[in-house]
Design a protein around this ligand. Structure first.
Ligand code: ZN
Length: 225
């Protein structure tokens, strides 16, 4: 039997210290987030509207969710393609869906956690709850898309129009506005999910008569989506 010598203890301590330092540096208990996987809707659309500034977009749906890229793209096309009530009605912007780059913005349908990850890259806090529109990205939270927001229960088409029009409104450079007065249609650039402030639900930037539905600008914190 070997005799224990003092340097054995020192060696054991050094070994423990090395392994601990290695684990602290490697942190194997922190799971690396899986890379996000999306499928782009195939094909494209006609040009919607006659506005001089053409915005080309593509539509991408996260893999593994029940909405298909084709189905989601068809709804986005119908919203951006509404030349009577949509952003194209202003006659300054027109829209066209493309099957691939180059595009001016991308519309994503993503799980709440993926929405937070993408929006968070731009400093926006979506809290697993809301959508975002920033720089060249529109991110629609799948849970909002299917469960809608408080004031739109039972009206999925109107909420879908609101979600897409609000976030695309940011891409076009519009900031948040408030309700202009009791009973007025809630402007799409209102953060309607936080309350309608006396306005009535509305998902379109323009009225049937072609007037822009807006309200007084609000100062929002820079991380508000
Ligand atoms: Zn917003």
């Amino acid at each position: 039997m070997k005799r224990w010598k003092p340097w054995h203890g020192a060696l054991a301590l050094a070994l423990v210290a090395t392994v601990t330092a290695g684990l602290l540096w490697w942190q194997p208990w922190h799971d690396e987030p899986a890379p996000l996987a999306f499928t782009t809707a195939p094909g494209g659309s006609a040009r919607f509207g006659t506005g001089e500034h053409l915005y080309r977009y593509k539509v991408r749906v996260e893999d593994g969710i029940r909405e298909s890229p084709e189905q989601f793209a068809a709804e986005v096309d119908a919203i951006l393609g509404d030349t009577r009530r949509g952003w194209a009605a202003g006659n300054t912007a027109s829209f066209q869906r493309m099957p691939a780059d180059p595009v001016d913005f991308t519309v994503y349908l993503a799980s709440p956690s993926s929405t937070d990850r993408i929006c968070g890259q731009y400093g926006l806090d979506t809290g697993g709850w809301v959508n975002c529109g920033v720089q060249h990205q529109v991110v629609i939270n799948l849970e909002r898309w299917t469960e809608l927001s408080e004031f739109y229960q039972g009206r999925p088409e109107l909420y879908h129009a609101l979600a897409v029009n609000h976030e695309v409104g940011h891409i076009l450079g519009n900031g948040h506005v408030d309700c202009p007065g009791p009973g007025a249609p809630a402007p799409v650039m209102m953060q309607q999910i936080k309350g309608l402030h006396g306005c009535v639900p509305n998902g379109w930037p323009y009225s049937d008569a072609g007037t822009l539905l807006t309200g007084p600008p609000v100062q929002a914190p820079s991380n508000a989506p």
